[in-house]
Design a protein around this ligand. Structure first.
Ligand code: MCU
Length: 412
């Protein structure tokens, strides 16, 4: 498609009304839920109930609102962030429910129990917590199905069994898992959205346990591969996460749909939107209508990652596994970084893409980048987090002019 060549009209298929009816449940979290660290302006222009998308072969401009207004200030970015969050829920991820009426729990030994009730239904799940011995508060790394990073000294670990909340065996997993016990099998939330909801409930419970020794201002999240896609979703959807460390998330995570389609078209087999929805339930059924026409999407994954800004993100990718789309993850993430740049905090976001190792076997070549981010954002120590690095000598041949037709402002 040529830019502007086609339009499509999209009803708001989320089961909740538009933000013009404040007495009813909102499709997206309220501003205080989505940005407790940056309250921003009190009101943002809501998206219309029915959206019209214009095809765009480039990566959509982070700094232009849906209605054409420009983002010129940090306060504008907070509104644009909320808008992108809603666009992503309506097209790819399904609705992230707000905090339910009852969330309780306890920590007994290494077992954290979370009990949640919603409209007469209840679930319980647990996470295993390991806190380094000693006294005083410590940062914590939440890991989806265990961490594939080197162990981080002085950092507690919280192991989240994400498959228990939303299963991800194959496309038959749709609606399976405790999230769907609570909200119904037909809920629009994808597995990844459900995992983000689950981690938010773990943090809700930790907030009720001031003596746990976990510093809630110093939470990180990680996961590799499919769970790296999940880690990125959690960082994007839950602002109480200070540092997001997705590892080799590839397509559906750090890759952009448009770039991955382009790689596939040029003859290299890679994971695309059309393929990913035939493999698993990481995305909402709402996404199916777009996978063969990703140029119609008003977003791409540079904007998904940018939901994390200005918080810290280190994208750990593999430069040599075609299926992950290394050129796509590179181009997509260096484009995402422009949002941090606009906010004056470019060094809060890093991209590190190295090969020469098996999938999810963290190589020592990325140790320095990881330690810099962990030291700076979890331990308040010095760290050189200017990280835009790869071992690919021509940076994958990525040409920015092919993908970016907008400029990066300095937001006041
Ligand atoms: C990179 O993550 C996925 C990938 O998207 C899938 O196509 C493949 O089947 O599995 C990868 C993975 O999770 O490997 C552990």
């Amino acid at each position: 498609c040529l830019p502007g060549a086609a339009t499509s009209t999209v009803p708001n298929t989320t089961p909740t009304p538009t933000p013009t009816t404040p007495t009813q449940t909102q499709p997206t979290p309220t501003p205080t839920q989505s940005q407790p660290t940056n309250p921003g302006p009190v009101s943002c222009q809501p998206l219309p109930a029915t959206l019209t998308f214009k095809a765009n072969t480039k990566l959509p401009d982070p700094f232009t609102f849906y209605d054409g207004r420009k983002v010129t200030s940090k306060a504008d970015w907070e509104c644009r962030r909320q808008e992108i969050f809603e666009l992503l829920q309506r097209t790819e991820f399904g609705t992230l429910p707000p905090k339910p009426s009852s969330v309780t729990g306890s920590l007994s030994g290494t077992s954290l129990t979370v009990n949640v009730s919603h409209e007469g239904k209840s679930i319980s799940f647990s996470a295993s917590v390991n806190i380094p011995s000693g006294s005083g508060n410590v940062p914590a790394l939440i890991a989806l199905a265990g961490s594939s990073l080197p162990s981080l000294s002085g950092v507690a670990s919280i192991n989240f069994n994400n498959d228990d909340i939303a299963a991800q065996a194959n496309t038959g997993s749709r609606g399976n898992g405790k999230f769907y016990t609570l909200y119904g099998r037909d809920h629009s939330a994808s597995a990844m959205t459900a995992w983000a909801w689950g981690v938010s409930r773990i943090i809700d419970v930790l907030e009720t346990l001031p003596n746990s020794r976990i510093d809630l201002k110093k939470l990180a999240v990680t996961g590799c591969s499919r769970n790296g896609k999940g880690a990125m979703t959690i960082g994007a959807f839950e602002p109480r996460i200070a540092l997001t460390l997705p590892q080799e998330s590839g397509s559906g995570g750090a890759a952009c749909w448009r770039l991955s389609d382009d790689i596939q078209k040029s003859g290299t087999s890679t994971q695309t939107a059309s393929q990913i929805v035939t493999e698993n339930v990481w995305f909402s059924p709402l996404f199916n209508q777009y996978t063969s026409r990703v140029n119609d999407l008003p977003t791409d994954h540079h904007l998904f990652a940018a939901l994390i800004a200005p918080r810290a993100l280190l994208v750990i990718e593999h430069s040599g596994i075609d299926w992950l789309g290394p050129k796509s993850t590179w181009g997509c993430m260096v484009t995402a970084r422009k949002v941090w740049e606009a906010l004056g905090v470019a060094d809060n976001m890093g991209v590190s893409s190295y090969g020469g190792h098996n999938h999810c076997q963290f190589p020592s070549s990325q140790n320095g980048d990881l330690n810099a981010f962990v030291n700076k954002f979890l331990k308040d120590q010095d760290g050189n987090t200017t990280v835009v690095k790869t071992d690919n000598s021509n940076r994958f041949g990525y040409q920015e002019s092919q993908w970016v037709d907008w400029t990066t402002p300095t937001l006041s």
